[in-house]
Design a protein around this ligand. Sequence first.
Ligand code: ADP
Length: 191
Amino acid sequence: MRLILLGPPGSGKGTQAQRLVDKHGIVHLSTGDMLRAAAAAGTPVGRKAKAIMDRGELVPDDVMIEIISERLDRPDTAKGFILDGFPRTVAQAEALDELLEERGTTIDAIIEITVDEKVLHDRIEGRAKETGGTRGDDRSTATRLEVYRRQTAPVADYYRREGTLVQVDGMGSVEEVAALIDAHLRALVEA
Ligand code: ADP
């Protein structure tokens, strides 16, 4: 199974991705995790990415496309994968279409987890308070949400136009959201 999971910061996307990975034995392709690993390893790309991530901005498309292209060529993706955090811009979505076409493969489902703006704000504020977030964190959170609205929300529209997008209400508990996703994937398999 090959999936794309879309959703704003605070939507619980990472949690749902990990659950699907465990349930279906597919690999988790989280660009956020890949960039954090590169930053921790201190590679040139990682060092540049860290500064961008700390500000809540996006790493350039060409860098991300290169990273995903290489990752898709690793043999473990043959058992299926879930893309989490990619594509994050329409340019990345277009590049992904090409990468998949070159490899003669397709995506089975694109799932967008939707969360009410106000709830998102409260969740992220709550999280910042719990971790004693600094002003800097608050600012990068605001930037992250703004970047999502401006650059990543259009990715959902891109797939909606192709008719391949499914929206799942992310307002419930982790279990409730998981049940909605599972119901959709079951319907897909039975179709
Ligand atoms: P979030 O905390 O918003 O769920 P992630 O863990 O997915 O974010 O990613 C953390 C950061 O890594 C992003 O804010 C961004 O700076 C960078 N990043 C991750 N994926 C991409 C991508 N596809 N394109 C550009 N930047 C990305």
